[in-house]
Design a protein around this ligand. Sequence first.
Ligand code: MIG
Length: 781
Amino acid sequence: MLEDTSFAIHPGKEKQSGAVNYQDIGKLLDYRVEDNTFWFRCENGEVGIQFYTDSIIRIVMNQEGQPELVSSKAVVASPKIINVEVEESKEMLVIQTASVQLTITKGPFRLSIFDLQGSVIVAEGEHGMAYRENGEVIAFKQMHSNDHFYGFGEKSGHLDKRGEKLEMWNTDVYAPHNPETNALYESIPYFMTLRDGKAHGIFFDNTFRSCFDMKTSEEYYSFSAEGGQLDYYVMAGPSPKKVLEQYTYLTGKMPLPPKWSLGYHQSRYSYETEGEVRELARNFIEKDIPIDVIHLDIHYMNGYRVFTFDKERFPNPEKLITDLREMGIRVVPIVDPGVKKDAEYPIYQEGVREDNFCTYIEGDLYFGEVWPGISAFPDFTEERVRKWWGDKHEFYTSLGIEGIWNDMNEPAVFNETKTMDLEVMHRNDGKPTTHRELHNVYGLLMGKATYEGMKSNLQGKRPFLLTRAGYAGVQRYGSVWTGDNRSFWEHLQMSLPMVMNLGVSGVAFAGPDVGGFAHDTNAELLTRWTQVGAFTPFFRNHSAIGFRYQEPWQFGEKYEEIMKKYIQMRYQWMPQLYSLFYQASRNGLPVMRPLLMEYPDDAKTYNLNDQFMVGDNVILAPILVPSITDRAVYLPMGEWVEYSTGESYDGEKVHLIHAELDELPIFIRKGSAIMQGEWNSNQDKMTKTLSMKVYATTSDESYRFTFYDDDGETFAYEHGEFLRLDLEIITSADKVNVNVLNQTGSYLPTYNEINVEVIGLNEHQQVTINGESVNVIRIRK
Ligand code: MIG
């Protein structure tokens, strides 16, 4: 209570922070190389160094003895045997790979990594690796005056986290999401540093509560954890995109999601009855507003028991799901981890009998209160339990369900600490340890259980998973929404850097609750938010019980028309978006990106919070404030064309752009292209007419991109059933050439050709496609 008053800042309460009271690792005593691992014995601990590639280096410090190099929950790659050269002198040791040089000074042990041009990537100085008697471990790195920090998973506040101190502890935060609220639902202890146009990444693979401090000092930053080893990876870059490729090489890529999950999702806590859901679906069909998914929140269940339907509210779920499916709509139900303590409930019975729930070391079950009342929690840290839980999803798949929404998986519990007791002892696949250590991966492992279970139950169809909690690597299982935001303009603004930083953290498929979850939304906010949502990777309108309904038609025809236009636009852009999702599944690059990812040399992009890119050639500059129809837009190098007006804009300039309520400023880089489909109807979402919009320029440009398509819902693409076109656009004063460099895959789409539309062509320019004067690309059968 008192902490909410001025008492919180009474004199004498300041906390100590910074590099005080730590035990330094001390001098290097000796070193050896075994199995491609370097071991450094120091006065106060031992360090192991491994190479995952020439440019991904793992460093592990253990203050108690030889570091353990056991498997991680996040990392899917293994160390590689690479060529290294070692040179030793009296004071130091130099280890060189094909991409980086590590220098280690011996007294005290300090590690620095340089690129081959001799520029420092990371360096230790006065402070290096250290620990505290209480088990806390910490790494200090030198901070440069021009370092900018990105990533850190799901965080409120601005894009650039310099000057921030961020905590990682999966937390259910209903309110508030303020700039200072930094422990949210996801913990991704990873960041990317950008310095003078060059980037590198650090992934601190420690599941304990951890802290990243870019605030306390201007000379150094630090990352620390409450326990465990100091175990981290340095990714040498040197470009932001390379860093992301390296990070997702380590922690995995997003599987290609089903195409329907890229569509529009409508949700509410809750659509409470079958009747309400049917009426909702009918409305979308009648109004011709595109929709792919309706979410069922907790009211669908019988007394909030997972794997059940309430017989009165939803008497015939199978029929409902089949009927909706015919309308072109899928149903995604919520599944929470808490299993109601109820001796007559089969899931609870089985869980207890088979010993699947979390227990204390003494063997007693852990119980916590959540929606169903007193509940037990599956121990997802154990393979056997994950399998059990995953198999249970047959309940849903047998009804025709292909997607699951995991909520409350921090895990959230209604008590003071908001979560499970820290001393709960997880089984952890044969290495039992406490919830204190595994809290941050509970959601990730529930996601793993759910994704894998759905995948095997769906027998060849791609599952969709939406999860609230997660850890590094969560992208391997699902998409992430940013939890309980509010219907504030500030939260619309905040969602941009938040989703961009999630993208920088490997989570390519993410988005906020469009319109805002809690609080009453309003017509203008919902309209502007829907425009943004049409271009964020995950696009779901969701609102909370007790607040205003916010389906696109709730505020009258004028607003409905605008929202409909943008939701339809989402579908017109689907071929482009799907190609970008394909790319993300291959190289880890996010669909929605901060501008700095494409323009790392342009300092004006370093903290650009209110604009974002979709792919590498499209910039969105939405209106994010009420009653305003003009805004400043910064366009980086190049020439740009506004999508709707066709007007040209110079790069490296700030422009004042006008956008009425029905307008969303979208800029495409000249010399590049985008793929466009069309909106047919909810029952028929297949692209039949595909076009490529090429934005002409008279300057010498060349642009390459990949168009990708497949059946959108099965894994047949893994056996070659896809269509992939590697395309090239070459422009100069007298020409616009479009070339298909390569066509691969055996998928036969409904369209036979791609209509090429050149925008802004000059009279002296001639258009050719594969060298011929035509305006279509024929797809080879
Ligand atoms: O706090 O299931 O973030 O999306 O509607 C209540 C009810 C639990 C929290 C989720 C929200 C969901 C709600 N849940």
